[in-house]
Design a protein around this ligand. Structure first.
Ligand code: HEC
Ligand code: HEC
Ligand code: HEC
Length: 189
């Protein structure tokens, strides 16, 4: 191998190494280490014993917002299989209907999916204090949501953040999906 080939190879390896380091840096920056997340006491003996978020969460379907995990996909695709109850006698309630919320002005309409919610939550988390069990009966709007009420009680707190407009506003007026609702079909995604 002549000198130029050797230098070119070294250059290529150098570039690869730089890319790898940048990738590690990006991955590490997505989740703060527990010791400097502003929540855990960095002097606690639990630091070093508790699993780091980056180690646990980097194996799950990625998101670009919130805590960087697409949780519904993680559950649907079997990455996680959380226990549905602690006591064997606890009744697990599931529901599969989608509700179309139409008071969205210029924005696409909002599809509220029951299946994706009852996979994590019980009916009583939402009914009947937050929402009536009747489509269109509850006053919901962005003002309330941004104040942390209605959908905003969870979204932006424990579920994906309110900056992800299109994840809620997912049904354009006049679209096939909108027409399917009119025919009484339940949409699956
Ligand atoms: C994350 C919150 C949430 C959970 C959990 C939830 N719901 Fe709902 N539910 C809603 C919302 C939002 C609406 C629509 C309210 C509106 O249009 O004003 C709704 C509407 C309804 C409706 C009327 C529309 C329809 O689908 O027929 C019924 C009935 C209902 N829910 C039953 C249930 C039952 C039973 C469960 C548990 C198995 C449940 N819900 C769990 C939020 C929830
Ligand atoms: C967690 C779900 C969710 C997210 C995220 C969300 N919205 Fe909404 N939005 C709603 C719901 C629910 C309504 C009320 C629909 C109804 O009552 O029929 C609404 C209503 C609206 C309306 C109608 C007027 C009003 O003030 O209520 C506008 C405009 C709107 N949203 C814009 C946005 C924009 C822009 C974003 C992103 C910055 C956003 N929304 C993010 C759920 C959401
Ligand atoms: C009691 C808590 C709670 C309330 C109230 C709530 N959500 Fe959610 N929502 C969740 C959780 C938990 C998830 C799953 C985690 C995630 O996707 O971030 C979720 C997921 C979703 C998804 C994603 C489904 C998917 O396939 O990825 C949509 C869309 C959604 N919510 C819309 C709404 C709308 C619209 C409202 C108000 C009408 C609402 N949510 C109210 C907790 C809630």
């Amino acid at each position: 191998m002549d000198m130029w080939t050797a230098m070119a190879r070294r250059g290529a390896i150098g570039l690869l190494l730089t890319c790898a380091l940048v990738a590690v840096g990006v991955a590490a920056a997505r989740w703060l280490p527990l010791a400097n997340d502003g929540v855990h006491d960095p002097t606690s003996p639990a630091i070093g014993v508790l699993q780091e978020p980056a180690e646990a969460l980097s194996a799950l379907p990625p998101d670009s917002a919130g805590n960087q995990v697409r949780w519904v996909q993680a559950l649907d695709q079997g990455y996680i299989t959380p226990r549905s109850q602690i006591l064997a006698g606890t009744q697990v309630n599931l529901r599969a209907t989608d509700v179309l919320l139409k008071n969205t002005g210029e924005m696409p309409m909002v599809r509220f999916p029951h299946r994706q919610h009852t996979a994590w939550l019980d009916c009583t988390n939402c009914h009947d204090k937050l929402f009536e069990r009747k489509a269109g009966a509850t006053k919901i709007n962005m003002f309330l949501i941004l104040q942390g009420e209605k959908c905003g009680l969870c979204h932006g707190a424990v579920a994906f953040p309110l900056t992800e407009c299109e994840r809620c506003h997912s049904v354009p007026r006049g679209s096939e999906a909108a027409l399917a609702f009119g025919k009484g079909l339940v949409l699956e995604r």
